[in-house]
Design a protein around this ligand. Structure first.
Ligand SMILES: Nc1ncnc2c1ncn2[C@@H]1O[C@H](COP(=O)(O)OP(=O)(O)OP(=O)(O)O)[C@@H](O)[C@H]1O
Length: 310
């Protein structure tokens, strides 16, 4: 990769006896949006906090813009934006006062009005922060994170608590930043969010990265599925790339060649006059991969069956 902006090298981080991150390595290029996924407690926040300079690695190394986020904090901080999982506002200040007090501490800040409009809080500007809903609070935190036009942005579960419309608006804000060349690392539990936004994803489990790649590459680690209903005991065809399973009248084929196998199945149904009730054919989703991994790895990230995924 030519211009690596975020680098994690064999990161380990323990809390007392417990090792939360167990040898994570990542390289994220300029302008890339990388999503860290994983079950609760997988080590995502610990990894992102090491990059934010909030957690000191037990061993290994992290670099942001080629710098150490703890030792070189004064150089790194003005060039990065951070949205923590649990932001810390002073609840009695209004939204506008919060933005203005933050502006005073920011190099090259964007205008207050611009920030209020970007995150659609203009009509809530004079409301005390403690009166904001959970989703409005997250939008205010996003405004503070992007106020300094950061080159690198860390977003820890940015859309948690948002309604679907706010989430989509937030995705637009993130896309605008991406289009402007900002390098973004985000964690999320919304797999659709990762599928829509991320150039690459990594799935963590038990402190390890257990799958990584573009969303498409990660999804292709699992077969596609063709499902339909057919009377019990029906004579069903063998498909060249399909593995058949039957549960009562529910029929499923897992296949590595969705188009080829579906086409053969339809030819067979036409030739034999069989009706495929409730026919559905779809590739795996990130959610399927996530659930597969969560089911197949123990809490330490070790694969329970089949060989290790990379
Ligand atoms: N300050 C701490 N002291 C002790 N254990 C901690 C501390 N912070 C995190 N942990 C533990 O480390 C593990 C990883 O936590 P982390 O917050 O990094 O996970 P996560 O993937 O971000 O989870 P979530 O999706 O729930 O936010 C968890 O088991 C957590 O309980």
């Amino acid at each position: 990769m030519e211009d690596v902006v975020i680098e994690v090298n064999q990161l380990r981080r323990s809390y007392g006896e417990f090792e939360a991150v167990r040898g994570v390595s990542l390289a994220i290029g300029r302008g890339e949006l990388f999503a860290l996924l994983g079950t609760n407690g997988a080590g995502k926040t610990t990894t992102i906090e090491a990059l934010e300079g909030l957690q000191r690695p037990t061993s290994g190394e992290v670099r942001v813009l080629g710098l150490d986020p703890i030792a070189d904090r004064s150089a790194v901080r003005p060039r990065t934006g951070v949205m923590l999982q649990h932001g810390g506002f002073t609840g009695a200040l209004t939204v506008r006062e919060t933005i203005e007090s933050w502006r005073a501490l920011t190099v090259r800040p964007r205008a207050t009005r611009d920030m209020l409009e970007t995150v659609e809080l203009a009509d809530r500007a004079d409301v005390a922060v403690e009166q904001l809903s959970g989703g409005e609070g997250r939008r205010l935190e996003l405004a503070l994170a992007v106020m300094g036009r950061p080159e690198v942005l860390f977003l820890d579960e940015p859309t948690t608590g948002m309604d679907p419309a706010s989430r989509r608006r937030t995705w637009d804000v993130i896309r605008e930043l991406q289009a402007g060349g900002t390098t973004i690392l985000l964690t999320t539990h919304y797999l659709e969010e990762a599928e829509v936004l991320a150039d690459r994803v990594a799935i963590m489990q038990g402190g390890h990265i257990v799958s990584r790649g573009t969303p498409e590459e990660v999804v292709h680690t699992l077969p596609a599925r063709i499902t339909f209903r057919s009377p019990e005991g029906s004579d069903l065809p063998d498909l060249p790339h399909g593995t058949l399973s039957v549960d009562g009248d529910r029929v499923a084929y897992e296949t590595r060649d969705l188009q080829g196998d579906l086409s053969q199945l339809l030819d067979w149904a036409t030739a034999t006059g069989v009706r495929l009730y409730g026919l559905s054919a779809r590739p795996a989703t990130l959610e399927d991969v996530f659930l597969d991994i969560a089911g197949e790895h123990d809490n330490a990230g070790h694969r329970l069956e089949r060989e290790e995924v990379r």
